[in-house]
Ligand binder design. Structure first.
Ligand SMILES: Cc1cc2nc3c(=O)[nH]c(=O)nc-3n(C[C@H](O)[C@H](O)[C@H](O)COP(=O)(O)O)c2cc1C
Length: 312
């Protein structure tokens, strides 16, 4: 019989109090409600991160949006389809408040095509979403003024988004980073007042159907995610953790307890389970239990003692 350990598992992700380090990655967990048939989300997870939402609805890309690749990865080009903040709150506000009431943190993800759009979305969230424990700014959204390059493609542009939203909320702000220049961009975000960083987003990739000679998704290039990217994500979390003093949520290919533990040893305070939720809907709940067991086996009294405890 597995007995409950006495190891402390609560963590603080830049002001977002989490009962345990396990979060879910934006866009891979619905907004929590879709997984209620599998386990009680609110009394199990440390946090959930909602799908990115903009001030106004976005239609997203045409189908096909997702292709399974060999080698434990998928390619996606969803294009941040979302109903806009008002409709998101109408559909999910009561459910998400219920998660908060059960002790699960709720992180609302903010999307925009320009600095002004992020600010507008943030203002709407501030007005309409009292249930949000904090916000995550997705700086991988395409910047229309820069011909579609990511809003956070350079330290200057990433810092510009952070600087603009900082004055519009007092709640904690996490920034979701693309897999590029994570040390330099992480430092720029920290200096503009980011409370925490989340990394990594999907890695740009390409997959061609050799019979039709067409992309397997609706665009030539799209985002690769899943277990195949895990080692790259661990390296980037480790590099970023050396460069910044704010907490990090480690994301990328987490599908086992060991994957989550690796992220913590590399310097992550929390971890988000992403693509694995899509093919194994109870995986995040199992990782919650397994992480506690791992920490207990490591002989610590609190999981915090293991953050960044990697030794070369
Ligand atoms: C279908 C799908 C939708 C996603 N939607 C978002 C999103 O709205 N915002 C975001 O920041 N990341 C989004 N992501 C990226 C994930 O949150 C995560 O950063 C990435 O998939 C890497 O983690 P994983 O390998 O565990 O999936 C999405 C990923 C997938 C597969």
């Amino acid at each position: 019989m597995v007995t409950k350990s006495n190891v402390g598992m609560d963590v603080d992700l830049g002001g977002i109090a989490m009962r345990n380090p396990v979060n879910t990655a934006s866009g891979t967990f619905g907004n929590g409600r879709q997984f209620e048939g599998f386990y009680d989300v609110g009394s199990t997870l440390g946090a959930i991160t909602c799908k990115g939402v903009a001030a106004e609805p976005w239609k997203g890309n045409p189908v096909p949006r997702i292709a399974e690749l060999g080698g434990s990865a998928i390619l996606n080009s969803v294009g941040l389809q979302n109903p806009g903040v008002k409709e998101f709150v109408r559909q999910y506000g009561t459910y998400l408040q219920g998660l908060r009431d059960k002790g699960c943190a709720v992180i609302c993800q903010v999307a925009g095509h320009s600095v002004e759009e992020y600010v507008r979305a943030m203002d709407l969230f501030e007005e309409l979403a009292p249930f949000a424990s904090g916000f995550e700014i997705n700086i991988s959204c395409p910047n229309i003024a820069a011909g579609g390059a990511a809003m956070g493609a350079t330290p200057q542009s990433a810092a510009g988004v952070m600087r603009a939203v900082r004055g519009h909320t007092k709640r904690p702000v996490v920034v979701k980073m693309a897999p590029r220049d994570v040390a330099e961009i992480g430092r720029a975000l920290e200096s503009e007042g980011a409370d925490a960083l989340a990394l990594i987003n999907t890695i740009p990739g390409m997959s061609i159907d050799v019979r039709t000679r067409r992309s397997k998704v609706c665009r030539p290039t799209a985002g690769v995610s899943g277990p195949a990217i895990h080692a790259i994500a661990v390296r980037m979390v480790w590099e970023c953790a050396q460069a910044v003093g704010i907490p990090i949520c480690g994301i990328g290919g987490i599908s086992t307890v060991d994957d989550a533990a690796e992220m913590i040893l590399a310097g992550a305070t929390a971890v988000s389970v992403g693509t694995a939720n899509l093919y194994d809907p109870t995986v995040a709940a199992r990782i919650v239990r397994g992480l506690e067991q791992w920490a207990s086996e490591q002989g610590v009294s609190h999981v915090r003692e293991l953050i960044g405890a990697f030794e070369c």
